[in-house]
Design a protein around this ligand. Structure first.
Ligand code: ZN
Ligand code: ZN
Length: 220
């Protein structure tokens, strides 16, 4: 079993289950790479395709050899579907050693949230400081996913509350207060709720950050 075997299985599973429209796209991807139409992808075709499409990070002889599961010097349809899955699922290359990361990895939180180019590292490079990057806060992919999940839940709950508050503030008021006299109760409680949710979101983010940094320290 080599390091891409699990990805191969996942890729073929996705392909088998995909609707015809997606299968067509995947087949077109294969045909586009097969410049001479002989049904297999040579290293030259692979490199030319990656250059033409601007996928510079994939233009690597060792990566080609990893994809070539039978070691025949060319890629067949299954190999290219593995590549297609790797690209579509955004599997990262390590910014330290340049290898495709096939399992757990660490990613820069700032770049993940603000940049179209996430900065990811394999565990070896992350733990041994084998990288240079301007930001210092990293999370592993599992913790990042969990953080996103919690943030989404909190954001959804907050917007539900905001909507409910808006609805109640648009209802005719029974109070006799004049405009400008005091802040209506509904607005005050909506503001308070928003603050509460903001704090909860921050709390959740900090908790996972603490867990992550403690985990990193015990490994060091
Ligand atoms: Zn690495
Ligand atoms: Zn960064």
């Amino acid at each position: 079993m080599d390091r891409l075997d699990t990805m191969r299985e996942i890729a073929m599973d996705y392909y088998e289950l995909a609707p015809d429209r997606v299968k067509d796209l995947a087949e077109k991807f294969y045909e586009a790479m097969d410049y001479d139409g002989d049904g297999k992808i040579s290293p030259k075709e692979f490199m030319a395709f990656m250059r033409e499409q601007g996928f510079e990070q994939y233009r690597d002889r060792y990566f080609f050899e990893d994809l070539d599961r039978k070691g025949r010097g060319h890629l067949d349809f299954k190999d290219v579907m593995t590549l297609y899955y790797i690209m579509k699922s955004g599997r990262p290359f390590c910014e330290g050693c340049g290898e495709l990361i096939t399992s757990i990895y660490f990613t820069c939180v700032h770049c993940f949230q603000n940049s179209s180019m996430p900065f990811s590292l394999c565990p070896g490079c992350y733990l041994n400081n084998h990288y240079s990057h301007k930001h210092r806060f990293f999370l592993d992919n599992y913790t990042m996913l969990e953080t996103q999940r919690i943030e989404n839940l909190v954001a959804r709950k907050a917007s539900q509350c905001e909507r409910a508050a808006l609805m109640s503030s648009s209802m005719p008021s029974s109070s006799n207060s004049q405009p400008g006299e005091t802040v209506p109760e509904s607005q005050r409680s909506s503001k308070k709720k928003k603050l509460e949710y903001a704090f909860k979101a921050l709390d959740a983010a900090l908790k996972v950050a603490t867990i992550a940094s403690t985990a990193a320290c015990t490994i060091c």
